[in-house]
Design a protein around this ligand. Structure first.
Ligand SMILES: Cc1cc2nc3c(=O)[nH]c(=O)nc-3n(C[C@H](O)[C@H](O)[C@H](O)COP(=O)(O)O)c2cc1C
Length: 338
């Protein structure tokens, strides 16, 4: 049977299918439910310095097979309150990744310190929400700011740091390089794509906030292109996100260069069972194609698996590719299996 384990940011995870931030991560019970349904890791809702109610309704517009548009406005109970929920999942043995958002390097740093005390296995920096003024894309589309935030967070925690990048940029590779320079252990991409729905009869936007973020099947090509460009740009492991609901989607992201993926809208649309279903289908796909481990697929669609920056131009073998991925968090003990 195929080996679904994957190593990202120096941690070995039981499979590459992670719960994306903001969907199903409201409570300790829901985080635990996603893990028990088969997720390899679960990511919390993005947590900020204090409680935020988010935007008024309507905040979500379903778009049928296309996906959905949302402008929730990062509602969350704040870093004082939310760790109680994390504790419930962590004490049940669930590998939780804590997502945080802030408006400055100082705010991210304080949040990272607080999040590091909760028992999470890694921290994901939301540098990419497209609809929250002063947060997300507004800080995450400036490479200098990305580098500064990542560097400050890196210095403030011993946990692996994953920088979640925006697709709402002309150069995802530049943002990824900035995250790498800042000391990130991995990058994840993409957050939602900026979008708008108009109500013609009422002559106004459908969502109360106006601009929102598009997610689901429609953004898969955008996510794949970002992962592809990021793989070409940096040496860090990549977590692919955007429109994933089937094993085939996962394989496409792996071939584009992802070492793991996050699933969001499909959980909202198909239910939490999607993790078990996709894990089984991925394993079957690998068996049918004679693929023993994920490393055989990661980045394999890149011609010659191009030489990484700083190394001589040559085709890397699967084994050397795998060693490189495993050794990303320098100075850490061998990855623990989750
Ligand atoms: C309702 C909703 C809420 C979200 N909330 C967050 C969030 O709090 N933090 C974050 O980093 N991403 C958030 N996202 C973005 C997702 O984590 C993911 O990056 C995006 O939806 C693309 O993946 P998908 O097509 O599988 O949904 C949210 C997405 C949706 C649809």
């Amino acid at each position: 049977m195929a080996d679904l384990t994957t190593t990202v940011a120096g941690v070995r995870w039981r499979n590459p299918l992670w719960l994306a931030s903001g969907i199903w991560g409201e409570s300790g019970e829901s985080l635990r439910g996603a893990y028990e349904a088969g997720a390899g890791a679960v990511i919390t809702k993005s947590i900020g310095s204090g409680p935020r109610p988010g935007y008024p309704n309507p905040t979500v517009e379903p778009l049928g097979p296309v996906g959905m548009l949302n402008a929730l406005g990062l509602p969350n109970p704040g870093i004082e309150e939310y760790p109680r929920e994390i504790e419930k999942a962590v004490s049940a043995g669930v590998p939780v990744i804590g997502s945080i958002f802030g408006g400055s390097a100082n705010e991210f740093t304080a949040l990272a310190r607080a999040m590091s005390r909760t028992g999470v296995r890694a921290i994901e920096l939301n540098l990419s929400c497209p609809h929250a003024e002063g947060f997300g894309t507004e800080v995450g589309s400036d490479p200098h700011l990305v580098e500064r935030i990542v560097r400050r967070v890196r210095a403030a925690t011993t946990l692996p740091v994953i920088a979640k990048l925006t697709p709402n940029t002309s150069d995802p590779g530049a943002l990824a390089r900035a995250a790498e320079r800042g000391g990130a252990n991995a990058v994840s991409a993409i957050n939602t794509v900026r979008g708008l729905a108009i109500e013609p009869e009422l002559r106004r936007p459908v969502l109360a906030h106006g601009i929102g973020g598009l997610s689901g099947p429609a953004i898969k090509p955008v996510g794949l292109a970002c992962v592809w460009q990021i793989y070409e740009a940096i040496d860090l492991p990549i977590v692919g996100i955007g429109g994933i609901s089937t094993a085939t989607d996962v394989v496409e992201y792996l071939l584009a260069g992802a070492s793991a993926v996050e699933i969001g809208t499909a959980v909202a649309q198909d239910g939490i069972e999607v993790f078990g279903t996709v894990a089984k289908a991925l394993s079957d796909w690998m068996d049918r194609h004679g693929v023993g481990e994920l490393a055989e697929l990661i980045g394999a669609a890149h011609p010659g698996r191009r030489a990484k920056r700083g190394s001589p131009r040559r085709t890397r073998s699967v084994a050397s590719h795998r060693r490189r991925r495993v050794s990303v968090v320098r100075g850490r003990s061998p990855p623990a299996m989750l």
